[in-house]
Write a protein of this length. Structure first.
Length: 97
C-alpha cells in the first residue's frame, strides 16, 4: 500500500517544489523589470522605443500628448523612420485600445 503511494507523492512534492521555484523566478523577473523601467524613466516596457537622445525625448513627449487626445494623428516621414513604431506607441498609450 505504501509503495503504491510513494510515486504519486514524490511527483506531487516535486511539482510543489517546482511551483515555488517558478514563483520565485517570476518575482525576480518582475523586480528586474521594475528596475529597468525606473532606469528608463518609464511606466510600461511594452514599447519598442528605447533611447535617451534629445530628439527622441521630444518625439516621446509628443506621443504622450497626442495619445491623450481623441483627435486622429497623421504621421509623416521617410520610409524606415519609425512611423509604425510611433503609431503603436500612441495606440498602446491611448484609451482607444
Amino acid at each position: 500500500m505504501i509503495a503504491a503511494l510513494q510515486e504519486p507523492l514524490a511527483v506531487a512534492l516535486e511539482n510543489d517544489r517546482r511551483l515555488h521555484e517558478l514563483a520565485a523566478l517570476r518575482e525576480a523577473a518582475e523586480a528586474d523589470r521594475r528596475s529597468l523601467l525606473r532606469r528608463l524613466g518609464r511606466q510600461d516596457i511594452s514599447e519598442r522605443i528605447v533611447g535617451e537622445q534629445q530628439g527622441l525625448r521630444h518625439v516621446m513627449k509628443r506621443v504622450d500628448l497626442v495619445s491623450n487626445s481623441d483627435a486622429p494623428v497623421l504621421l509623416l516621414g521617410e520610409t524606415g523612420t519609425g512611423k509604425e513604431v510611433v503609431a503603436r506607441a500612441i495606440h498602446s498609450r491611448s484609451d482607444r485600445r
